[in-house]
Structures are given as C-alpha cells and as structure tokens.
Design a protein around this ligand. Structure first.
Ligand code: ADP
Ligand code: MG
Length: 322
C-alpha cells in the first residue's frame, strides 16, 4: 500500500483481506468504495459476499481507518459558509416567493411530479437563469446538466434566453450537458462534475431525472436495498458538490404511477426517504388548465408550506398574467 496516497484515493482493493475475488463480490453488491464499507455492518457484508462475519468485521475496521469521514467544524465556520448562500431565480416571482427568494446554493432542491408536469421545462429555465447576470436574478456562471432521459433541447434554451433578452449563443456556450446511460454512469458523471469546476465556475448542477435509471434497473423487492444505497451515495455526492462550490443542485423525480409497497402512494416521489432527507426544498408540480402548473412546497425546514401557480409557455416559466 503506497503511503503517499490521499485518503480519498484508496480503493477497496487496498484494504487488507480484500483480494480480487472479494473485491468483485463487494462491487457487485454496491460496496464499491471505502466509505460504503466503513459504514456497513459485518452481517450485511457477510450476507452479500459469503465471507464470514469475522473477516467482514476486519474489512470494515480497515475501511474505517482509510475512509475520509470528514471533520468537525466550528459554528463560526459554518456561519461563515452560510453567509455565502445565494439565491437563483426561477423566472416566476410567485415561485421565487414560495421558495423564500429562489433556489438556495449549498442545498439540493427536488422538483417532482407526473409526466408532463413541467420538471424538464423548469430545469431548462434554471439553466438559462444561472448564466444571467446577478441583477437579473442569475449567477453569471456555467451550468452542468446530467441528462438521463435525453430530454435536453438546446432549442428550448434559445427560446427562453431570447425571451429574457440574453444572447442565446452565449447562454448555450455556458451550459454543459452529459448524457447518463445508466445509474452507474450517472454516479460517475456526478463525481466527475467536480473536475469540471477547475475549468469554469459552476453554480448550478442539474440532474434530470435523478431516479429514472435507478427505478428501471432495480425493480424487484430484493434489489431495493441496493438501489437505495446507491441512490444515497449519489445524493451525498451531489450535496457535497453544492457545498464545495456554493452551488444550487436541482434534481427532478417522478411520482410513482401505482401505489405499492416499493414506491408508496401515487403522488409520492421515487426514492422515498433517502431523497426526502437529503433535499432541502421539495416542490411538487401538478398540471392545471391552459399551460398552468401548481407548485407546492413540501416539508421545508424553514419555510411555510404553500402553493404558487406558474405558466408554462414557449417563453419558459413565467407568472400567470391577469
Ligand atoms: P416533465 O419533465 O415533468 O415530464 P416537461 O417539463 O417536459 O415535463 O413538460 C412538458 C410540458 O411543457 C408540455 O406539456 C407543455 O405544456 C410544455 N412545453 C414544452 N415545450 C413547450 C413549448 N415550446 N411551448 C409551450 N409549452 C411547452
Ligand atoms: Mg422530463
């Protein structure tokens, strides 16, 4: 084991007791980095890999030594960081007000709703707004989009940017899109997002949709725990990105089409508590008449519940006229 490695550079194969075969079994079960092992229980590891609980306990103990578990911070440091929080406008005054002034940096915001409820439109609009100057409610920054459903449309960006009197070509140059082909690819791209910030300043990271791959790849009851574990790790990567870069992270989520034991009632977002506990803002979108959508703020830690009506049109997201 090379002594000079940074803690985060260790892989599970660096751990004593983890040979190639065990590493493969661990990886297959979703324990593919030191941190997931550090927080695992011996029984859980033993169940998925077939190694004895004693050996599993040794691996976990080693993982804990090498894991980058983070440090304590003083209240003063946290206060200082919170002073840097900025707010991104959605382009609708009513929705911004509902959100206490816009979407906060250093936090994860989730928009969920059924198909066609406007989630992807809002993501396009946020991307445009983030590139706008601060006096227009933007961050004057670049944007990263993880597109999992192939629904990014530059033409929509052009329409929305034009309506806001921004140069569409300049806006498009600052929006960087990556297609994610499956959940593992999505996780890797989220990790790679930090590298992009060395090239340009990113204060908005979008994942549209957060859950579609996870949902289609992990269907049965048996794979639910694995899905939740991967989703949990992904969410924490996203949250870390938001704090390190003082960025907004905006994700979309479907609601389950059928009430069942895995997905909850028909208006529940996928991923259940894992997503809910990590997202600071959760906005539920419902269809209404004539391109209108009702946005409802769900269980925010510091804002009252409430609703705002927004208008979807060629121009993007606006307030309802009249
Ligand atoms: P979701 O991502 O929640 O499935 P979308 O964000 O794709 O839904 O929303 C689709 C809706 O957005 C359409 O039903 C339509 O109302 C509206 N929309 C999309 N493109 C346009 C456009 N060019 N002009 C007007 N409305 C549009
Ligand atoms: Mg969509």
């Amino acid at each position: 084991m090379a002594e000079k490695k940074e803690k985060e550079e260790y892989t599970i194969e660096d751990l004593p007791g983890v040979g190639e075969a065990t590493a493969e079994k661990l990886q297959e079960a979703g324990f593919d980095n030191i941190m997931t092992l550090a927080v695992a229980s011996p029984k859980e590891l033993s169940d998925v890999t077939g190694i004895g609980e004693g050996a599993a306990a040794k691996i976990i103990a080693a993982a804990r030594k090498y894991a980058d578990v983070g440090n304590f911070e003083t209240g003063e440091e946290i206060l200082q960081r919170r002073k840097e929080i900025r707010k991104l406008s959605t382009g609708s005054k009513a929705l911004d007000e509902l959100l206490g002034g816009g979407l906060e940096t250093q936090a994860l915001s989730e928009f969920y709703g059924e198909f066609g409820s406007g989630k992807t439109q809002i993501m396009h609009q946020l991307a445009v707004f983030a590139t706008l100057p601060e006096e227009k409610g933007g961050f004057n920054c670049d944007v990263l989009i993880l597109d999992t459903e192939n629904t990014f449309r530059p033409e929509r960006i052009v329409q929305m940017a034009t309506f806001r009197n921004a140069d569409p070509d300049e806006v498009l140059k600052r929006i960087h899109v990556a297609r994610a082909y499956n959940s593992h690819h999505q996780i890797l791209l989220a990790e790679k997002a930090s590298e992009e910030t060395k090239e340009y300043q990113v204060r908005l990271l979008i994942v549209d949709s957060l859950t579609s791959h996870f949902r289609s790849e992990y269907m049965g009851r048996g794979s639910l725990a694995e899905r939740q574990q991967l989703l949990n790790r992904h969410m924490h990567d996203l949250l870390k990105f938001s704090t390190l870069n003082n960025a907004v992270v905006a994700v979309t989520n479907q609601v389950s089409a059928r009430p069942d034991i895995f997905f909850g009632d028909p208006t529940s977002p996928i991923g259940g508590n894992i997503v809910g506990h990590t997202a600071t803002f959760r906005v539920y979108l419902r269809k209404s008449k004539a391109g209108k959508r009702i946005a409802r703020l769900m269980d925010s830690p510091h804002l009252p519940e409430g609703e705002a009506v927004i208008q979807l049109s060629e121009d993007g997201i606006t307030d309802v006229q009249g």
